[in-house]
Design a protein around this ligand. Structure first.
Ligand code: GLV
Ligand code: MG
Length: 529
């Protein structure tokens, strides 16, 4: 794996080679600790290149230590292992430096660690698996551990599970502090998530001029416009996308800001990416007053939301905003699904969750190659007819996403926030798209992403209760009087619980009618029925 010059410059900065080597070495350690050995090697090679032209320093010791520990890992042969162990011991002796303790490196950088390495080399059949040894070297070396960021890490090394690093954090602040602003001068958090229609969250790439030019026309026609900065935007266009979104938000009337007909959201880059910090600081600083919701991808647990929560409060305070920006998390890692309840409850900013079927499939190692939707191989088959066992049997395709959507809906409902279906990548297949959206709607989702303008009409149709359902719901409400007891309507029993379901539909219809005149007319037309 090669590191692009651009990424290298961005992550290590330029100018001072010794500082760059230090950064490269730390990045190498971090990637080893995450289990991404290829990237770790690329950073290690960078560090070696830089250090070869510098006078000897503790950094040379660190690098030698890392190289030696990798050597120890990739050989079962006692001879090179012993040589590597000697290198470790020499480095440890040369560079044991109590002054380095403060930054967490010195704590393990010492004779004790080297001795442990030597003992490991002397017994190559020790129970350590190879990747475990470098991993544990790196993770202890990187102490204090900068927060576990599951997904990829766990995927690559099941061995790492069960350690203290993956312990769950406390999901929330004490009740008395939950609604306090997290920075002096930040706006008060919302006590209830505003119920704003968001049937279609329409994605656009703000670096794509053709797409950007269509945005003003979509205001008032779609509930949410989302400037996407993450996946599907090429690395070279990340900055253009961010700048483009600022321009569009500033120039487009009626877009975002709490009361406009169309909300403005943005999906920022992942929290471990080189872009997200600038995404957040720029967006809040420049267009924070227009931005309604920030969508955070690849959320793993409450700690990700806590990080964004505090940072947004600081940025809001600096920008003098009087309204908090809400946060929406994408459920697209196995660990995120496991932690879904704590994610929903991590902050009063939490507006909702979306299913991210593409990343989630990859993270779970599902054997699909699609963006959302079903799969013909995921099915149940009718039992054979005992009289005619050779007769062709019907098959029923099943919904790959049922479990996750249902979990997401429960977690959101429990915390009073909103669940959404995510992307449906087969733009040409409008029928299957509508089916997938409807499944999500029936299970409790309030909206979905749309990736192409033609999906907006599908989403608006599916996520608005039908006039037939509203006509029926209104009849139940009328027949139930004070809302208690039971009545018979068209041969069916209705009671307090079915009334509550009907009220969900009627309330949603009222909210949608308030912003959608066409729908208002349709609901009005059945008012007397
Ligand atoms: C969306 O981001 C997905 O991964 O499906
Ligand atoms: Mg994704």
């Amino acid at each position: 794996m090669a590191l692009s010059e651009d990424l290298f410059q961005r992550l290590v900065g330029d100018g001072d080679d010794s500082r760059a080597a230090d950064r490269a070495l730390r990045l190498s350690l971090q990637w080893f600790a995450r289990g991404d050995v290829q990237i770790a090697f690329a950073w290690m090679a960078r560090a070696r290149r830089l250090l070869d032209s510098l006078p000897r320093s503790p950094l040379h010791g660190y690098l030698a230590y890392l190289e030696a520990s990798v050597d120890l890992e990739i050989t079962e042969d006692p001879e090179p292992a012993a040589a590597a162990a000697t290198a470790v011991r020499t480095c440890a002796r040369d560079f044991a430096d109590p002054a380095l303790d403060g930054d967490g490196l010195g704590t393990v950088w010492g004779v004790q660690t080297a001795e442990r390495m030597v003992r490991g080399a002397a017994s190559p059949t020790s129970s350590c698996t190879t990747s475990r040894r470098t991993r544990s070297t790196c993770t202890s070396w990187l102490a204090p551990e900068p927060g576990s960021r599951g997904g990829r890490e766990e995927r690559h090394t099941g061995a790492a599970r069960g350690g203290g690093r993956f312990r769950l954090m406390s999901p929330s602040r004490p009740a008395k502090d939950f609604f306090r602003p997290l920075a002096v001068g930040a706006p008060d958090p919302v006590r209830e998530v505003p119920a704003r229609p968001s049937r279609a969250i329409h994605f656009f790439d703000p670096s794509n001029e053709k797409m950007a030019s269509k945005i003003p026309d979509l205001v008032g026609k779609v509930d949410v416009l989302l400037g996407n900065l993450e996946d599907a935007v090429k690395a070279d266009n990340k900055e253009a996308a961010r700048a483009g979104l600022v321009t569009i938000a500033q120039a487009t009337a009626g877009l975002g800001g709490g009361s406009g007909p169309t909300q403005l959201w943005s999906r920022v880059n992942a929290l471990d990416s080189p872009w997200v910090l600038d995404d957040l600081t720029t967006l809040v600083g420049e267009i924070g007053h227009k931005l309604d919701v920030i969508m955070v991808p690849k959320v793993q647990g409450a700690e990700d939301i806590h990080y964004v929560d505090r940072l947004l409060a600081q940025l809001e305070a600096r920008a003098g905003l009087d309204r908090p920006i809400l946060v929406h998390a994408i459920l697209e890692t196995a660990r995120g699904v496991a932690n879904v309840e704590e994610i929903c409850g991590a902050s009063p900013r939490m507006q909702g969750l979306s299913l991210g079927p593409a990343d989630l499939a990859a993270d779970r190692r599902m054997k699909t190659t699609r963006v959302g939707g079903g799969h013909p191989g995921y099915l149940v088959r009718q039992d054979p007819d005992p009289q005619q066992p050779d007769l062709q049997r019907r098959v029923y395709q099943q919904d790959l996403w049922h479990y996750t959507i249902a979990r997401m809906v429960d977690a959101c409902a429990m915390h009073g926030i909103y669940p959404y279906y995510g992307p449906f990548g087969d733009i040409a297949d409008e029928v299957a798209c509508e089916d997938q959206f409807r499944n999500a709607f029936l299970l409790g989702c309030v909206g979905t992403w749309t990736l192409h303008p033609k999906q907006i009409a599908i989403a608006n149709r599916v996520f608005s209760p039908s006039v037939e359902d509203i006509a029926h719901a209104r009849r139940v409400v009328a027949a139930m009087g004070d809302g208690t007891g039971a009545v018979m309507l068209d041969g069916k029993m209705e009671d307090d619980a079915s009334l509550k379901q009907c009220l969900v539909m009627v309330e949603l219809a009222d909210q949608l009618a308030a912003i959608d005149p066409e729908l208002a007319k349709q609901y009005e037309a059945i008012a007397g029925e």
